[in-house]
Design a protein around this ligand. Structure first.
Ligand code: ADP
Length: 447
């Protein structure tokens, strides 16, 4: 960009210099021509003022010999006198424009440019009282021959100007681009030096830069968390298998250790499944799998499936609902209901209750999962949808949690353009409500 601006600036300056020189040359030449004609006019009137024919012929102007040509013609254009040639041999001059004009109007002028001789002839004619015409003429170099004469000087001046232009253009380009370079070096705090026109552009870049940094930070944190989460069960598996391998476990211990290995492997598998699912939801923008599905049917099936799990925790799990059609993907809806119900059971207490409901409110399909469990303190409510955020880490792990369930829920809700509401009271219970009805990607009632 720098090079381009520099070259363009130099080219513009060089062209401007050349054009100025040419224009000045033409204007000067026109002034020069005007001056010659003016001089000729003065000479012609001086001759006219002479009192008689002898005075004219003997005047200094006529005798000057060659520099000034004086021609005297009678009213019919016949040459009476010519100071630089033999009048008798000259043809009739009545056709010459300056003489014609002088005969008609009293005075006339003409310039005849000769391309071959590279000279121009200037004529001025005045009519005398007796009807004859005195014409004075001079030759001068044409503009081209004047120009050819000064060409070396022109080139020298042009070369000097070009060098000057290049130096100034380099300086200006550097000055022009310096603020932009400063912005590029310091994208985070660029506004103090930015051009006014660049402010929106810089603002966008700064925001993108911040987003990129934030995303990179989140990704790094996620990778570190995943590695950490994988490490614990793997260390347990490695430890128990080593004990068995070294023959340090016998009888019942082997069964117990095998059980631990099994439990930790399952934990690993669930964790990996959740990580894969999260990255799938992150990556895919596809909505072609979306179709009209009945949320009641999905919630009902899920609640039935989780009954045994709920009984194990001493929790009563119930579903009630009306037909509730949403435009979504079946697998996503199953995961949504499953994750919310699973949490409601796991973070509950003996004798607690979980109520799952599907309904339509103000025309929008709604899923509501309510429990009488341990609840979530206000200070944690904003953060529980973050990846790996847990209020009670040991409880989460002991009940098979990965810390990713609500992150997946948040993703699914966003993909369905739905709304998510969390109401919870520490020690009393939690209610999570998902309201559908944003922009629907389904075309018609049949999807
Ligand atoms: P986890 O696998 O640990 O359950 P989640 O992402 O599903 O991870 O939930 C994040 C955290 O939010 C949980 O560790 C738990 O502390 C809290 N939580 C989620 N659902 C409930 C609930 N229904 N009642 C109380 N706490 C909950």
């Amino acid at each position: 960009m720098k090079k381009r601006i520099y070259i363009q600036m130099t080219a513009i300056a060089a062209m401007a210099s050349l054009a100025t020189m040419l224009l000045v040359a033409f204007v000067c030449y026109e002034l020069f021509c005007g001056q010659i004609l003016e001089d000729l006019r003065t000479d012609a009137y001086l001759l006219k003022e002479a009192e008689n024919r002898e005075d004219i012929l003997q005047s200094d102007l006529v005798a000057s010999g060659g520099l000034l040509r004086v021609t005297w013609v009678d009213g019919q254009g016949e040459v009476i006198f010519e100071n630089s040639a033999d009048a008798a041999e000259m043809n009739n001059h009545s056709g010459r424009p300056e003489i014609l004009q002088a005969l008609e109007e009293g005075e006339g002028e003409a310039v005849r440019r000769s391309h071959t001789v590279q000279k121009s002839s200037f004529y001025y004619a005045v009519r005398l009282e007796d009807g004859s015409v005195i014409r004075v003429a001079r030759e001068a170099d044409s503009i081209w021959s004047i120009f050819a004469g000064i060409l070396p000087a022109v080139f020298l001046i042009l070369a000097i100007l070009l060098v000057l232009c290049m130096v100034i253009a380099r300086f200006l380009t550097k000055n022009l681009l310096a603020p932009i370079e400063r912005i590029a070096q310091n994208v985070e705090h660029p506004l103090e030096e930015a051009y006014e026109e660049l402010v929106p552009f810089v603002e966008t870049i700064r925001k993108q830069h911040e987003d990129i940094l934030k995303n990179a930070g989140m990704r790094q944190e996620f990778t570190a968390n995943v590695s950490h989460e994988l490490k614990t069960p793997l260390a347990a598996i490695s430890g128990y298998s080593e004990l068995i391998e070294n023959g340090m476990a016998a009888g019942e211990d082997i069964v117990r250790f095998a059980g631990e290995i099994h439990r930790n492997s399952n934990r690993l598998l669930t964790l990996i499944d959740d990580v894969i699912r999260l990255s799938e939801l992150d990556a895919s923008e596809r909505e072609e799998e979306f179709a009209m599905i009945d949320l009641r049917e999905i919630a009902d099936t899920c609640v039935n499936m989780l009954q045994v799990h709920a009984e194990k925790h001493g929790v009563e799990l119930a579903f009630e609902g009306e037909r509730c059609i949403v435009c979504s993907e079946r697998r996503m809806m199953e995961e949504l209901v499953y994750n919310l119900c699973d949490n409601a059971i796991r973070y509950n207490r003996e004798g607690g209750r979980v109520r799952v409901e599907t309904k339509t409110e103000k025309g929008c399909p709604v899923l509501c999962v309510e429990d009488t469990g341990i609840g979530i303190g206000k200070e944690h409510q904003e953060r529980i949808f973050e990846r790996f955020y847990r209020v009670d880490k040991s409880r989460s792990k002991s009940t098979g949690g990965t810390g990713l369930g609500l992150a997946i829920v948040k993703h699914i809700v966003a993909k369905n353009h739905a709304g998510l509401k969390l109401e919870s009271e520490w020690g009393e219970g939690t209610r999570i409500t998902v309201v559908f009805g944003g922009q629907s990607p389904c075309k018609g009632p049949d999807g």
